[in-house]
Design a protein around this ligand. Structure first.
Ligand SMILES: *Cc1c(COP(=O)(O)O)cnc(C)c1O
Length: 389
């Protein structure tokens, strides 16, 4: 038995999951290698059926990655220059990238300080800002940041009032629920990513789109294969090569089996972090009625201290990450795009305060205790003997 105190700590331990899955994935991959249906083989359809059943979506359409998933939906909606799409600034670049790539204008919206998700009041201001600039607001991309669903109670009626579609970027949130509704069954469509470090990841790039809209699903399926019509060599739209590899589908079928159990483990670990750290840092808050898949476990630390704390933790062998050190509206590639009236003060403040801790379903209590002790020491706080009990 190895001494827990000597083991290096992983930020996300994919090797532990691989040990658990044992030979199942190797066998699944080899089956594909042997049957030879590398492109759109039988595993792709089986995975799509499994994903659709998992989240209750009528259509589950797999694709090459989470970014292409977003692009495929925007292409199917005919997004074009002059259109404005409201999206958060405190997110991964892909959320806004697809909007700009299609020549439309992302209008950046602020987030809430406790859930880190889109602020509905800022969204309302952003819609007005877009109109005032002479743009045509057509839709909203809400992000389920760090694994928690956005505030759909407020965002859905806002979209309906303004005639905007709602696309959920659930690259981090697939597997979570909002008032009993599974992520994947909310809004016009939902996109997710199977990038290896996401809660449900494959062994390469992958993504999926979920929708109940038959017409939208048909357009996306066509766009995924070069805008195909009746057959492969009938092109009715300008599309892309956006398919998921069969090998990745085979990997995901095996991982989906244990996903519910992994979600439960993530939740247990997040609760334990909160119990051990709530007295020394701002721990993440779940909105009423929300569950999270805890793609990241992200604290807020006093702004001036975040980087020093991260450096101290690194020395103690505890890896951390900053998601996101710079919001998109301050990035070189995006800073010429408009922001919602009133600015984005929360996004800017969070960028200096957030720190994400090691989080994955196989984080043992012993290792978690080391993370907690190192963080408390870095913050100059004592060990709470009662907290982990
Ligand atoms: C990871 C991520 C994406 C992009 O997914 P890829 O599969 O890496 O293309 C999009 N949006 C958010 C919020 C993400 O975290």
């Amino acid at each position: 038995m190895q001494d827990a105190a000597a083991e290096p700590i992983a930020f996300i331990d994919l090797a532990a999951q691989r040990r658990r899955l044992g030979a199942a994935i190797d066998k699944a991959i080899l089956r594909v290698v042997d049957h030879g249906g590398y492109i759109m083989g039988p595993e792709v359809k089986r995975l799509e059926a499994g994903l659709g059943a998992f989240c209750g979506a009528r259509h589950a359409i797999t694709c090459s990655n989470g970014t292409d998933a977003l692009a495929l939906v925007l292409m199917a909606k005919g997004v074009r220059p002059g259109d404005a799409i409201l999206c958060p600034s405190f997110t991964f670049a892909a959320t806004a990238e697809v909007v700009a790539f299609l020549g439309a204008t992302p209008v950046f919206v602020d987030c809430l300080p406790d859930t880190f998700n889109m602020d509905p009041a800022s969204l309302a201001r952003g819609i007005a800002t877009g109109r005032r600039l002479g743009l045509n607001p057509v839709g909203v991309i809400a992000v389920d940041l760090f694994g928690q669903p956005a505030d759909y109670d407020a965002i859905e009626p806002l979209c309906a009032d303004h005639g905007l579609w709602l696309l959920c970027d659930a690259a981090q949130g697939f597997g979570a629920t909002h008032r009993g509704r599974a992520v994947g069954s909310i809004g016009m469509a939902t996109c997710t990513s199977f990038f290896p470090a996401k809660p449900l990841g494959c062994y390469g790039d992958g993504g999926a789109i979920f929708t109940d809209d038959d017409e939208l699903a048909a357009a996306i399926r066509s766009l995924r294969v070069h805008g195909q019509g009746a057959d492969k060599y009938d092109n009715v739209r300008v599309g892309m090569n956006g398919r998921l590899d069969t090998v990745q589908a085979a990997v995901l079928i095996e991982k989906l089996r244990i996903f519910p159990d992994e979600i439960a483990a993530r939740d247990r670990i997040a609760r334990r972090y909160a119990a051990c750290l709530a007295d020394v840092a701002l721990v993440p808050r779940l909105a009423p009625g929300c569950t999270s898949v805890w793609a990241q476990y992200t604290l807020r630390l006093p702004a001036g201290r975040r980087d020093a704390v991260a450096a101290t933790l690194k020395q103690a062998g505890v890896p951390t990450a900053v998601y996101y050190a710079r919001p998109l509206h301050l990035q070189t590639a995006y800073r010429h795009h408009p922001v919602a009236e009133g600015g984005l003060p929360v996004s800017e403040a969070l960028a200096a305060e957030v720190l994400s801790l090691p989080m994955h379903p196989y984080l043992s209590e012993a290792v978690q205790d080391r993370v907690v002790a190192a963080l408390r020491a870095a913050l100059g706080a004592g060990i709470r003997a009662d907290a982990a009990a």
